[in-house]
Design a protein around this ligand. Sequence first.
Ligand code: NAD
Ligand code: UDP
Length: 337
Amino acid sequence: MKILVTGGAGFIGSHTIVELYHAGHDVVVVDNLCNSSRESLKRVAELVGVAEIPFFEADIRDRSALDHVLTEHPCEACIHFAGLKAVGESVTKPWEYYENNVSGTLVLLDVLRQHHCCNLIFSSSATVYGDPAEVPITEACPKGRCASPYGQTKSMVEEILMDMQKADPLWNIVLLRYFNPVGAHPSGQIGENPNGIPNNLMPYITQVAIGKRPQLGIFGNDYDTPDGTGVRDYIHVVDLARGHVAALTAIERKCGLAIYNLGTGQGYSVLDVVKAFEKSTGIPIPYHFEPRRPGDIDSYFSNPAKAARELHWTAQYGLEDMCRDSWNWQKQNPEGF
Ligand code: NAD
Ligand code: UDP
């Protein structure tokens, strides 16, 4: 299948393109490079053994640019990663987040339908569940109030996509709700490249390991969890990438609207991650406890059974693999790309 990949130069997009090539698909990438670089796609090309990945530096809000791309490269499906994703920044810049993530998606959808490309996979997030009534979280769990404008944009785009699919059953739309993507391609050639001080746990740990930060601050040790630190469902980015390839099979089956959690089903605490990192790399991670981070909840992990049943997809990598590959990427690329 030929697939338009928006945001394909980013962390999850670049890993997904590798897996799409391995599965025999073709891609064309649109990215405005606001949070990524061309270098990631050069490395993807090397990894999959092609001269270059078809790429347009363009913004998804630019209707004529998208029209041009789809005229030159007719596509059967779109995997839509493009978006701003920093939770804290979204609190201080809500307009920018709504405009980029929601308005940008509306423009993209309009151009896609004009080109009769009505198959879409959307990068959603487990954040749409808000503070879930129970864990593990199944797709049947009602959506909740998101703690940030970022989360709200994901939830709103989901609603827009559901309404569009209801109104026009020609659309096949898969909403993938990611849990906590970490890790990197085992080659160490592509990975996550955060700007400035990392907000997320794993890149913070790898920056402590490489000596860029003195120690990890653990946000809260009085949660209702076995060791008091927050529990999350970390998923290796290569597993997540393969989840998108599996989701294409739902599109091929003309799924209408389908929702899947992509997680391992296993919850690990912050201290579990620190210990797993130390074990798999041999590098000690100094840490201290800090107050809880506003908006965080105690425990959050998926029930991934629906994706296993319907997409024949399950995560293969464990926590130590995620730590090893995150470190492998960080140590080979101390300054990112
Ligand atoms: P990323 O920032 O590495 O990738 C997003 C890409 O989109 C970047 O390359 C960026 O330059 C591009 N982009 C942003 N706005 C654009 C626009 N208007 N036009 C064109 N390109 C644009 O982030 P990621 O971690 O790879 O996340 C990919 C998607 O998955 C995002 O939608 C994100 O919200 C979602 N998601 C990520 C996580 C996570 O923890 N990483 C969790 C859940 C959902
Ligand atoms: N966390 C932490 N220190 C950090 C970053 C994160 O203790 O520097 C904790 C955070 O409170 C949560 C877990 O690590 O319990 C995962 O946080 P992250 O920001 O990676 O993902 P989230 O689940 O919040 O999207």
